[in-house]
Design a protein around this ligand. Structure first.
Ligand code: CA
Length: 227
């Protein structure tokens, strides 16, 4: 999952980005409204954390323009504690949730997990596909009860496929959602990651749909039935 953080307070921006990266997300950052709006319009994000008080362009305008342009990713706004009107304006502009400053990072992380769950049709932090269980809160993967150790990119790839299990996901879609913008993207590496994941998981979970991409499904029959 790939996220965007738009916050002009440099320390706070860094803290949020660090916490998100530690939670297994690919993260891009922006420090003003113009740069943030541009990224949100040109790149693909699974959720955006958007501060309301921003230089160059305020968060409400950024959000309104995204929504007017048909950008429908979930957006979590950061509001000032004593400004209830910011929350109302934010929701009316198309925000999905808010956190008032100052906040505990755990709350931001929990709200982002909830937004990602809702956007992908899952009700809990644990996503189960056959014998594989992905705990999105702990960032853990368990197969038949045994924990599996994954690198951060392997985890991101598996998490993306499992959030979208039963659906064909193309390589280019995967690339857009597991790397941040600074990463040197190469679609051949996806195949390498898939190979390593299959080996580490030891079960038939990730199916190659020839010419189209990959699908996470508990069995081959299920994968072909969903095509
Ligand atoms: Ca601010």
């Amino acid at each position: 999952m790939r996220l965007l953080v738009i916050e002009d307070d440099k320390d706070l921006n860094r803290q949020i980005v660090q916490a998100l990266e530690q939670s297994g997300y690919a993260v891009d950052r922006a420090f003003d409204g113009e740069q943030g709006q541009y990224l949100g319009e040109t790149e693909t994000y699974d959720t955006v954390v958007l501060d309301i008080g921003l230089p160059k362009k305020d968060g409400i305008s950024v959000l309104e323009q995204w929504r007017a342009a048909g950008r429908d990713m979930p957006v979590l706004i950061l509001t000032a504690r004593d400004r209830w009107s910011e929350k109302v304006q934010g929701f009316d502009a198309g925000a999905d949730d808010y956190v008032a400053k100052p906040f505990h990072m755990e709350e931001v992380l929990a709200r982002i997990r909830a937004l990602l769950r809702r956007a992908t049709g899952h009700a809990t932090n644990e996503i189960v596909c056959g014998p594989v269980r992905l705990d999105t809160k702990a960032g853990r993967v368990v197969v038949d009860g045994a924990p599996v150790k994954l690198t951060s990119h392997e985890y991101r790839l598996l998490a993306y496929l499992m959030h979208h299990s039963g659906r064909i996901v193309s390589r280019s879609e995967i690339i857009e959602h597991i790397y941040d913008q600074d990463f040197d993207r190469d679609s051949n590496t996806i195949e390498v990651f898939v190979g390593r994941l299959r080996k580490k998981l030891g079960v038939d979970l990730i199916h190659t749909i020839r010419g189209l991409g990959y699908m996470a499904a508990p069995s081959v029959e299920e994968a072909s039935g969903k095509r």
